[in-house]
Ligand binder design. Structure first.
Ligand code: SF4
Length: 618
């Protein structure tokens, strides 16, 4: 199979824009009010309609929005799910996450490629199909998973792959594929305060209104609710800073942003909350708006969860009908708040709140320099609260039960419960909700992890715990987590996990700063060299040196944590590397003797002395 032409070097003028493309773009751009701030959404919709974002399309978008085409190209090139080269009518992406790999995704992808007579990443000559890989799809509890045209299909088997290949060959529209292919289970294995309690729509909002904005803020302070995205910042402090900040310019406004860009490998709790508890998320946002005097909210939904968009829009419409959103919420004059959904497009870095805000503004998701912080200078430079999906659900608990009651669960520094996404070598993968303070061993026992040799907590950026550490507690004062447990049984080679993480961060580095952009690539090359059997103590030491450099001199949290798990594996599981390192101090990553072939040909010498001695120490 051969690749189709990239086309990015062709020059286009507006006269070359086909009528179909122009009419399609007219409609899309009008839908977004011709606002360049919606560039990412416009490009996503344009791609859905036109299959890919050709230079012709990019030029037309730039012209219609009256912005430089380079700005459009920068956005297209930044996001993994935007394509400036043709792609197949059917676009299959296999999750590359380590738990999907452990569940057999490499063999399934090889099988599909063979059946379709394709190479990975290359569009078939007839333009029908392309097969590639993507970062974690958030389906780790029901992997192996793929995305087909952004729709998730889980629990893949060889048989299911065969069926999918047949459907693709028959050019069956996705709407005609068996509906059960696309079913995404919640897999709630342990429920507590949030997942286990009955909820009547509007009751949290009415409880907050009964307290008044000042009273509700006081309850939030008493609750000691901390953000569930990983950093654990106190939510009330964030809200107060936003409420008290002075906006800039005549269009002074405050914003509430729900960070639903759940991209940390192994984490899928927000997927379930958005699928089955969305009224809690939206009411939490409305309460935040009530307390901070914000009138507008955004849900920034990761591209991999596109299938959730329609049900979320339907829920928003239902809430507007029930006066739980919109003007005069619950009949309270002046309590006006509404929510829009913005889609991401495959960029892990947009989980970082300032990168997310850049993305919301239609730009590449490069993290901003802080300060100023988003609470004073966020979306459109206005005071902005960014809260995680789970955090916003917890706000409804505070409203319903009061701050002190909420703080009565968990530990002193970690109030309430925490939802943990458990996947990997366990009998019962899924969601587990516990009061903070639960021991790691308890979670493992409940999930049926009977032979765990390690648990990767909080995704690829988190920490890798040994069995000696399983007595530690999940809490901000001991083991903090955004909510991911990836469990490795005793038949696993943790080097494979470390290699996977190194590729993940190389791919997800946004490229803004050199230590992270170059450093993560160097780490990945060194890991590949060790994987291929050419790594020596030199490479091991280089990994340590790069860890020091990347973690201390990168611009944002991604770089600062990119080598954490690797370091954990190197220091806590020394045999993982020891058994792979060769005994010499250094060995080139290529065949040096073979590389001298040309020199031997030129000199017409091929005697023993013209070869490197066997076993020479390079
Ligand atoms: Fe981008 Fe990495 Fe630098 Fe963060 S540390 S700004 S992700 S290059």
């Amino acid at each position: 199979m051969t690749a189709r032409p990239a086309g990015m070097n062709e020059e286009f003028t507006m006269t070359q824009v086909s009528e179909t493309v122009a009419a399609t773009l007219d409609q899309i751009i009008a839908r977004y009010g011709g606002d360049p701030g919606n560039l990412l959404q416009i490009l996503r919709d344009a791609q859905d309609a036109l299959d890919w974002l050709s230079p012709e399309t990019q030029s037309a978008v730039a012209k219609q929005l009256d912005i430089p085409v380079t700005r459009v190209a920068a956005v297209v090139q930044f996001y993994a799910h935007l394509y400036d080269t043709p792609r197949g009518k059917y676009r299959v992406l296999f999750s590359h996450n380590i738990t999907d790999r452990m569940a057999g995704s490499p063999a399934l992808m090889a099988h599909m490629l063979k059946r379709l007579k394709l190479k990975r990443g290359i569009v078939s000559d007839d333009g029908l199909v392309s097969v590639g890989k993507t970062s974690c799809t958030g389906m780790c509890d029901q992997g192996p998973a793929i995305l087909v045209n952004n729709r998730a299909i889980t629990k893949l088997t060889l048989r299911r792959i065969d069926e999918i290949c047949d459907l693709i060959r028959a050019r069956a529209p996705l709407a005609n594929w068996p509906a059960h292919y696309f079913r995404v289970e919640d897999n709630i294995e342990r429920a507590d305060m949030l997942l286990g309690s009955a909820y009547a729509p509007g009751e949290a909002l009415r409880a907050a209104i009964a307290c008044g904005p000042t009273g509700m803020m006081a309850e939030m302070r008493k609750s000691n609710l901390r953000g569930r995205g990983g950093a654990g910042f106190t939510t009330a402090v964030k809200w107060e800073a936003c409420r008290d900040a002075k906006g800039s310019g005549s269009g002074e406004e405050r914003y509430i942003v729900c960070n639903a860009d759940e991209g940390e490998p192994g984490t899928f709790k927000d997927r379930v909350l958005l699928q089955s508890f969305s009224e809690r998320v939206f009411e939490g946002m409305a309460i935040a708006g009530y307390v901070t005097a914000a009138h507008k909210g955004f849900v920034y939904l990761r591209g991999e969860y596109s299938y959730l968009r329609a049900p979320l829009e339907a829920k928003l419409a239902e809430m507007r009908r029930n006066r739980l959103l919109g003007m005069s919420i619950c009949g309270v004059p002046g309590f006006d708040f509404d929510i829009a959904i913005h889609m991401g497009a495959g960029a892990y870095i947009c989980g970082e709140e300032t990168a997310l805000i850049e993305s919301l503004e239609g730009k590449p998701g490069h993290p901003r320099v802080r300060p100023p912080f988003p609470v004073t200078c966020g979306y459109k430079n206005q005071p902005t609260v960014v809260n995680n999906v789970e955090t916003l659900c917890k706000v409804t608990e505070v409203a319903l039960h009061g701050g002190l009651a909420y703080a009565g669960t968990g530990t002193r520094q970690s109030a309430g419960t925490k939802i943990i996404s458990v996947s990997g070598d366990v009998e019962r993968p899924g969601l587990y909700e516990y009061p903070f303070g639960v021991r790691v061993s308890q979670v493992l026992d409940d999930a049926g992890a009977y032979d765990a040799i390690a648990v990767q907590i909080s995704g690829a950026a988190g920490q890798c715990l040994t069995p000696q550490e399983f007595g530690r507690r999940i809490a901000f004062e001991d083991v903090p987590t955004a909510g991911s447990f990836m469990v490795f049984g005793n038949n696993r080679d943790l080097f494979e996990a470390a290699l996977n993480y190194s590729h993940f961060f190389e791919h997800e580095s946004c490229g803004f700063c050199t230590p992270c952009r170059v450093g993560t690539a160097l780490v990945a090359r060194i890991m590949e060299k060790i994987h291929s059997g050419h790594g020596a103590r030199y490479e091991f030491n280089e990994l340590n040196r790069l860890h020091q450099l990347i973690s201390t001199s990168s611009h944002c949290g991604l770089g600062a944590t990119a080598t954490n798990a690797l370091q954990d594996i190197m220091t806590k599981f020394p045999t993982v590397f020891d058994r792979r390192l060769i005994k010499r101090d250094f060995e080139p990553g290529f065949d040096l003797d073979a590389a001298l072939n040309r020199a031997r040909e030129v000199s017409n010498r091929d005697d023993a002395n013209a070869h490197l001695a066997e076993g020479i120490d390079a």
